[in-house]
Structure formats: structure tokens, C-alpha cells
Design a protein. Structure first.
Length: 265
């Protein structure tokens, strides 16, 4: 058993505030690549659900299920990578706690030992954990979309519906948080639309991801047997799926721009 003083010293970052430390180039490369693979496979997989395609090519639904599974896996990798980076203040952060309280104390309005203080420090980590939960539910649902699990398809649809709700809530929360961050006065937590101008690429990432969650929530709901009763219904579902996948891909493109075309101190 070790104590905090026995642990390895905290790695120094160019930014003293640990919650705002920059990611490495390799971190951004892996994160952005995983996210883009997820978006592209979701768009391609969604196209397999058009009746004209799966009626002409019997393997289309199987390909669609596998593409969703692959995409969900890479989305989950990206979300877990991001959550692990921003978990500080939430959990599994023992060696960072001293640095968090030393360098970031001005960001917190309440002491760590209070309920509100614990929430202040854990908020970012909880937010990113919700995203990971949404991707995990997508992965579970996607696996059940593969035709060999056709008897469990309804369960897969419900996993996807709940996962979409998690993703929308998580992304809406991120958008809200970005509007409450005043870079001139970090103690000003009021919601201001002008705060979005501080990081427009981030707004694109989170906004389009949330929109994608809405499209898949509605589309998968209409995919349930009680609603999906005709070819026209199936076309509507496929269009909503493609819109959702396109939104995720646009989110990924904003992420590429943010990772590779903006300044990282």
C-alpha cells in the first residue's frame, strides 16, 4: 500500500491548470481517427437500411449491422479515451488531487469536502462518462442488429434508443457548459451565447453529435415493429439514420479541425 507522498510525481504540463492542460499530438491523432471511423461507418451502415438496397442485396442488413458495430466500437474507444483524460476531479485521480487543488483552486467556488464542491470537480468527468455510456449502449444495440441475432433485434433497438438519449443529454450538457465559461472571468458562470465564440469548433463537435443522437433516437423508435410496417416507413427510418450518421461525421470533421488546425498551448 502506498500513500500520496509515495506515488510518482505529477507530470509537469505547459499549462499549470490541470483541467485545461493540452492534449499531445498523438492523443489527438488517435482520438480524432477513432471518432471519424465511427462517423463514416455509421453513415455507410445507415445506407444499408434502404429497402431498395436490402431487397436487392440480401447481405446488406448484415453489413449494416457489422458497420454499426464497428462504428460503435470506435466511438466507445474515443469516448473512453476522452473520459480518462478528463476524469480528474471525478474518480481514479488520486495522484492529481494535490495539483488540482493547488493550480485550479480559483475555478472552484466550494471546498472539496462539501457536496457542491465534489460535484464542481466531478462535473466534467461525469459529463464525458455519459457519452461513453451512450456509445456502450450503441455497441450493445449494434451487435443485436446483426441478422444472426434477429430474435433479439427489438432489444438492440431499445439499446440504441436509450444510447441516443444518453448521447443527446451528454452533448447538450457540453454545449450548455461551454456557454457558461467566461474566459475573462472564470467565476462568472452565467449562461451567455457570446461564450460560444470562445471555441466555435467545439460547438460544432458537440452540437452535431447531439443532433445525430436526436436523429437516431427518432429513427430507431420508428424502426420498432409497432411503427415500421411498410416500405415507406422503412425509407423514413433509413433517411433518419443517414441524417444521424451524417451529423456524427460532421461532428468528426469539426473535431479534426479543432485537433489539428487550432492552437494547442
Amino acid at each position: 500500500m502506498t500513500t500520496e507522498s509515495d506515488e510518482a510525481p505529477l507530470v509537469e504540463f505547459s499549462n499549470d491548470k490541470i483541467l485545461e492542460r493540452p492534449q499531445s499530438g498523438l492523443w489527438r491523432l488517435f482520438h480524432g481517427t477513432h471518432y471519424m471511423i465511427g462517423g463514416i461507418t455509421f453513415v455507410t451502415g445507415s445506407c444499408m437500411y434502404f429497402p431498395d438496397i436490402y431487397n436487392k442485396y440480401p447481405s446488406a442488413l448484415s453489413i449494416g449491422g457489422w458497420l454499426f458495430t464497428i462504428g460503435s466500437f470506435f466511438f466507445l474507444l474515443a469516448d473512453l479515451q476522452e473520459w480518462w483524460y478528463y476524469r480528474v476531479g471525478c474518480c481514479c485521480d488520486r495522484k492529481y488531487r494535490t495539483a488540482l487543488e493547488t493550480h485550479d483552486h480559483t475555478l472552484f467556488l466550494h471546498p472539496r469536502n462539501s457536496l457542491r464542491g465534489r460535484y464542481e470537480r466531478a462535473e466534467v468527468g461525469i459529463n464525458f462518462f455519459l457519452s461513453a455510456c451512450g456509445s456502450a449502449l450503441y455497441l450493445a444495440g449494434s451487435i443485436l442488429f446483426i441478422p444472426i441475432f434477429d430474435k433479439e433485434l427489438v432489444y438492440g433497438e431499445w439499446f440504441f434508443i436509450v444510447g441516443s438519449a444518453f448521447i443527446y443529454i451528454s452533448q447538450a450538457w457540453k454545449v450548455y457548459r461551454s456557454a457558461t465559461i467566461n474566459i475573462q472571468d472564470r467565476h462568472d458562470r452565467r449562461f451567455r451565447l457570446s461564450n460560444f465564440l470562445n471555441d466555435i469548433p467545439a460547438l460544432g463537435v458537440d452540437g452535431f453529435a447531439g443532433i445525430g443522437g436526436i436523429f437516431y433516437f427518432i429513427g430507431t423508435t420508428l424502426f420498432l415493429p409497432s411503427f415500421n410496417k411498410s416500405e415507406l416507413d422503412a425509407v423514413t427510418v433509413a433517411i433518419l439514420f443517414v441524417c444521424g450518421g451524417t451529423s456524427f461525421t460532421l461532428s468528426g470533421l469539426f473535431l479534426q479541425y479543432r485537433h489539428h488546425c487550432t492552437h494547442h498551448a
